[in-house]
Design a protein. Structure first.
Length: 512
């Protein structure tokens, strides 16, 4: 039976009216935050009805409806209004019509709507939070869908696919030659620019689970200008990736960059990246402890992993960042995950560098004697100044288990740091078109693109089919200089595969 509402009661209700931060709203908010759910936005004007809480990436809208103002049990409750009925009844019914219109609009746009009555929140706020949490904590089924950003020639994608737990659904790369190789390898054109609104809209329309990105490293590299975020074109690519993460909230992500990233600008660049991912986007990052104050505790060395520890004879330290969505996974469970990424793998593809060198390479790979002498004199000058710059013969006979230096995408200098001792009869003194002097008599050559491909895991590893055939190849019209560049710009696929398996193990632990 409806109880008569006096003028005093109605006046009290009027005084309690707020557009936001009502008592019931704050009660639900406190309950959500106690569960580690903090990534909502409140009263967003751009969303129909301005929900009290919204999770836009998952399209979940939550309204905290006061019983009186939104017409709870209206057939009975309207009978309790005796004063100013001509004003109050149409007003409340107008609110009810508006609520129905908002529900219809949001439903058409694909939103999931939760409306909690004020008395429900007051009586059992935990139950209301349970409903919200259940809608957020949905984990997709395998195979998990990836998007491959700053894709290069697909090394990160391939490492994930090799596990058998991932399939790629969207890619983005802007380098024309890299796009050509990527399409040749995967049958998909990755030509998309992640900085454009058009591509971001495409991502928003794509159902995916894990974001992968080897974002541009030149601005953080020792061999670049070390401009960091000051380089508008490349350094700020990270913030475009962060925007995509914020707007689509993948279940997990893997980001890769040069090792210099963690120490650039005295660590400020890396701190900005972690602060963005953890404090602004609300992700749990492996190796980072977040204090209640928001301060982040971490050891930057824990984000560096070296290819030589993952079965490949290449000294290639790189920065890896792995994160998981706190909307999808409870923070208490996330805190039980390992605090370190894999340190190594047990399988060595090669005993050392000599084990993967090509046999009887073409004469064009041997250095001209004049150029080699120039390199020797340059190195002598550098050493006299106390520097360690200059060419390196990485498999000198005195080295028991040689390892290549980091493969670079900077042209000649990347190859000169990885010269090979490979003496052969009939090479010394030959004249080769394009070389100004005869070939050297010391048996020194540069590495071949094929050898670079082996050191990165593209050749003799990632593209071997079920019959044991190596199916990796470049398009015929991709010149050698681009082949070196593409391998130097890429990742070491066995390392990525280990990181991918680590992510799978973490997801299994979070959902068991």
């Amino acid at each position: 039976m409806a109880h008569k509402k006096t003028s005093d009661q109605i006046s009290y209700n009027m005084r309690q009216v707020k557009n936001k931060n009502t008592t019931i709203e704050l009660r639900l908010e406190n309950e959500l935050r106690s569960r580690g759910i903090t990534t909502y936005i409140k009263n967003q004007k751009e969303i129909p009805g301005k929900p009290d809480f919204a999770f836009p990436a998952k399209k979940i809208a939550i309204f905290c409806d006061g019983d009186f103002w939104h017409g709870y049990n209206w057939t009975e409750e309207q009978k309790a209004i005796h004063s100013n009925r001509d004003f109050w009844i149409p007003k409340i019914e107008k609110n009810m019509v508006h609520d129905a219109m908002v529900n219809e609009t949001l439903t058409k746009q694909g939103w999931q709507i939760f409306r909690f009555w004020g008395h429900e929140i007051k009586k059992d706020v935990a139950r209301c939070a349970d409903i919200v949490e259940a809608a957020l904590r949905i984990v997709p089924k395998q195979p998990y869908r990836t998007i491959d950003l700053c894709a290069g020639i697909g090394g990160i994608r391939k490492g994930f696919e090799l596990t058998g737990y991932f399939t790629n659904v969207l890619s983005a790369e802007i380098d024309d030659y890299a796009c050509k190789t990527y399409q040749h390898l995967f049958g998909e054109d990755p030509n998309n620019d992640i900085t454009t609104d058009k591509f971001k809209a495409k991502v928003a329309e794509t159902q995916y689970d894990v974001l992968l990105a080897g974002f541009p490293c030149q601005t953080f590299s020792r061999v670049g200008k070390e401009e960091g975020f000051e380089n508008e074109l490349k350094g700020k690519i990270f913030f475009h990736i962060a925007q995509i993460i914020q707007e689509t909230r993948p279940m997990a992500f893997l980001l890769e960059n040069v090792d210099r990233l963690v120490t650039h600008d005295e660590g400020k660049t890396f701190h900005t990246i972690l602060d963005t991912l953890v404090n602004q986007l609300g992700y749990y990052v492996i190796g980072v402890k977040k204090l209640e104050s928001g301060e982040l505790l971490y050891n930057f060395k824990e984000f560096i992993r070296n290819s030589k520890d993952f079965g490949m004879p290449q000294n290639r330290p790189r920065t890896y960042i792995i994160g998981f969505d706190t909307e999808r996974f409870a923070i208490d469970r996330l805190k039980l995950l390992p605090t370190k990424m894999p340190l190594k793998c047990e399988t060595n593809l090669y005993r050392d560098l000599n084990d993967l060198l090509d046999k009887n390479v073409e004469a064009k790979y041997y250095m001209a004697s004049g150029y080699l002498e120039t390199l020797i004199k340059h190195r002598e000058r550098q050493e006299n100044k106390g520097y360690g710059f200059g060419y390196r013969i990485v498999n000198e006979p005195s080295i028991e288990h040689p390892v290549a230096n980091t493969l670079l995408a900077t042209g000649g200098s990347g190859r000169e740091r990885n010269l090979i001792y490979d003496p052969r009869e009939g090479i010394a003194g030959l004249m080769i078109p394009g070389k100004k002097t005869p070939l050297n008599d010391r048996g020194i050559r540069i590495m071949t693109p094929s050898e670079w491909g082996k050191l990165q895991g593209f050749i003799n590893y990632a593209f071997i089919d079920k019959e044991g055939r190596d199916c990796f190849s470049f398009p015929d019209d991709v010149p050698n200089v681009q082949r070196y560049k593409q391998f130097g710009n890429s990742v070491t696929i066995p390392v990525i595969r280990e990181m991918a398996m680590f992510i799978v193990d973490c997801i299994n632990q979070l959902t068991m």
